[in-house]
Design a protein around this ligand. Structure first.
Ligand code: ZN
Ligand code: ZN
Length: 333
């Protein structure tokens, strides 16, 4: 489940009839490598490169928005706060709308081409009769971005006012800086699995708080909103109840525990903002390729995590995606 430049290249390759459309960019012999060579490449290099778009949004924020806003951030003021919010909302609408247009748009040549065959569920979740569905997803996705922008403002204020330690020169601690940056991807997968599992019934969906099943309670009142998207699309990933957004974005709260660079926080935040597109766009490789999470939306009690860290195999909730009639028959909108 990736989303970014590699997917764009892959979709273009597929559209123009090239056979190696799912090969990672320049690594054209990837499919001929041994199992361990591919695993080493995936875990050491590809899992980071695949999030180049998330990192680019974070880097641009650091290089462009921070110099404008951070010197004023020691005090709350509408000017710098609105600049931070505007940058975040611009990122949301440019990236999400572009991916929506590319994969579903009537005027998109790619959406009308061979990519159609890669859709897990052939129904378009955003066709004319389902505008209320689109409106719900856009609304809750925007609430997610607003919450993460607010969290960004809070951290900027904490750092700028001296309430929280941090360091400004990334290269003053080169090994630590790079290590934390590379750890973000793995931390996000670990955090996502447990937060997500936490919000599904711990024992039975029939339970409530009186049975001590906090998961069943949270599922009923919060996470079920995310699961209204049985046939997910690009806007489904962040379409969550604000309480779930709160739990979800705690992945970027680690600067409360140790002094880090603002770019570490920004990468985790934009990773959480943008990466869900890949897991939810509803298409197989070379688009998002989120077959694993597609099954979670179709069947609920499986595939809570992301395959990079195999918690689902460990805890017996793994479900492999196989194109067969029994799977197709259960697909719903
Ligand atoms: Zn779920
Ligand atoms: Zn989902």
């Amino acid at each position: 489940m990736t989303f970014g430049i590699r997917n764009l290249v892959g979709i273009h390759r597929l559209h123009t009839g090239q056979e190696n459309y799912s090969t990672p960019l320049i690594f054209k012999t990837y499919s001929q490598w041994s199992y361990w060579q591919r695993k080493a490449f995936d875990y050491l290099i590809w899992c980071h490169v695949a999030h180049a778009l998330d990192f680019s949004a974070a880097l641009l924020c650091w290089l462009w928005i921070f110099p404008i806003t951070f010197p004023q951030a020691h005090e709350w003021h509408i000017k710098w706060v609105s600049q931070v919010f505007l940058y975040n909302l611009a990122c949301e609408f440019i990236i999400y709308s572009f991916w929506h247009w590319l994969t579903y748009g009537r005027t998109s040549p790619y959406a009308q081409g061979p990519l159609k065959e890669k859709k897990f569920n052939s129904t378009n979740p955003y066709d004319d009769k389902k505008q209320d569905h689109l409106l719900r997803e856009v609304t809750f996705t925007t609430l997610g971005w607003l919450q993460s922008a607010f969290v960004q403002c809070v951290f900027m204020w904490l750092w700028a006012s001296g309430r929280l330690p941090y360091y400004y020169d990334f290269w003053s601690r080169p090994f630590f800086s790079i290590f934390i940056l590379l750890a973000v991807t793995f931390w996000r997968e670990f955090h996502f699995y447990w937060i997500h599992r936490f919000m599904h019934p711990w024992w039975s969906v029939k339970n409530g708080l009186s049975q001590g099943d906090i998961g069943a309670f949270l599922y009923r009142h919060c996470h079920s909103l995310h699961h209204k998207s049985r046939n997910p699309g690009p806007w489904s990933g962040l379409s969550m109840h604000p309480v779930e957004h709160f739990f979800y974005y705690t992945c970027a709260y680690f600067p409360l525990l140790f002094a880090c660079h603002p770019l570490h926080f920004l990468y985790a935040k934009f990773h959480a903002d943008i990466a869900p597109i890949g897991g939810h766009d509803g298409f197989d490789d070379p688009a998002g390729g989120g077959d694993f999470h597609y099954l979670h939306h179709a069947f609920f009690e499986c595939n809570y995590g992301v395959p990079l860290i195999d918690f689902d195999r460990l805890f017996g909730t793994w479900k492999d995606y196989v194109r067969k009639p029994s799977v197709d028959a259960k697909r719903e909108d």
